[in-house]
Design a protein around this ligand. Structure first.
Ligand code: 2RA
Length: 329
């Protein structure tokens, strides 16, 4: 098993390496790949020194799997080149997500749809992954009519430069501005670029990707996505209207039996999910479960996950693990 990590020097790239290590991912050879300006750089991983190679060299090496986290442009150009030499690409960017010929995969929900012919597989957006994973067991049981989600997203979702901006502001230094405004001591109702309909691209990703992953265009979804000055994870307030009534005890049971989901819901003991406790964890945490008393068949949930883990690296590594386990590569 020859594995390539493309974008190995970025924030998600280094998280992918951590997850590969923690999961004891079964590779024989590991290629760390990045853009020209990082070629030749040395990366220490598992007491070994790896020299970063370029994309051309990586394609020539014909890895079995390439996990990409190098941005949409790189992915659009290079994923097909890897696919052409027989590599299966698991791509973290938004480049292929809504392409009808590509699968958009959260393994616990729809990995079963994958076949050996899928050479470019899309990893969904971080804020979408954590929401759909927590909703899936409830969707199976009650059916979903409508989802209203508001997010509170970590600066790590933007990348290292955004973390640096926040930390510089916090230290009273002159920050290199990534956001249009200060982020520390502030809240920005703006993630990614605004679209002609007034929504941001991040909001439209949550709407469109949710329908694609669930394979159900009839589910109504509306989103407001917000950046907050935290690291550790994305938080989401989710109001979900089901097609039929539900039982609160059953909701808790279904969620607690779902692989990858952890219920933290004990208000009496101040137990609820937070980015600070989700940080570096692979699971999605769910709490503040309560019936929406303003309308029938509707539940309020608070969902938190480390966006660099289940929202990116962990989900991609799990897809790769599934491909190997099922003999699809
Ligand atoms: C963000 N969803 O948090 C993005 C990262 N893919 O900005």
């Amino acid at each position: 098993m020859k594995l390539a990590v493309v974008g190995a020097t970025g924030l998600v790239g280094s998280e992918i390496l951590e997850v590969l290590d923690e999961h004891h991912f079964p590779y024989d050879e590991l290629l760390l790949v990045a853009s020209e300006r990082s070629v030749g750089k040395q990366i220490e991983f598992k007491s070994k020194t790896f020299t970063v190679i370029g994309l051309e060299e990586a394609v020539a090496a014909k890895p079995h799997i390439a996990i990409f986290s190098a941005g949409g442009g790189t992915s659009l150009e290079w994923a097909p080149k890897f696919a052409a030499v027989g590599t299966t690409v698991v791509d973290n960017s938004s480049a292929w997500r809504m392409d009808p010929t590509k699968k958009l995969v959260v393994p616990e929900i729809n990995a079963k749809e994958l076949s050996a012919g899928d050479k470019i597989i899309a990893n969904p957006n971080c804020s979408t992954i954590q929401m759909v994973l927590a909703l899936e067991p409830l969707r199976q049981r009650y059916g979903i009519k409508r989802i209203v989600v508001s997010t509170y997203q970590s600066v790590t979702g933007t990348g290292k430069a955004a973390v640096d901006q926040m930390m510089a502001e916090r230290a009273g230094e002159e920050p290199e501005m990534v956001y249009p405004y200060k982020i520390d001591m502030n809240v920005l109702p703006h993630i990614d670029v605004f679209q002609p309909n007034g929504y941001t691209k991040e909001e439209m990703k949550m709407i469109n990707e949710t329908k694609k992953i669930f394979g159900d265009d009839s589910i109504a979804v509306t989103a407001t996505t917000v950046r907050i000055p935290t690291i550790g994870g994305h938080s989401e307030s989710v109001n979900v209207e089901f097609k039929q009534d539900f039982d609160m005890d059953e909701v808790r049971k279904l969620l607690s039996e779902t692989p990858g989901v952890v219920v933290q819901d004990d208000p009496a003991n101040l137990l609820y999910p937070m980015p600070i406790t989700a940080h570096k964890r692979d699971e999605v945490f769910v709490g503040r479960l309560r019936r929406d008393e303003s309308q029938p068949n509707t539940l309020n949930m608070w969902i938190v996950a480390d966006n660099l883990r289940k929202g990116a690296a962990t989900n991609a590594v799990q897809i790769a693990e599934y491909l190997i386990a099922e003999g699809l590569v």
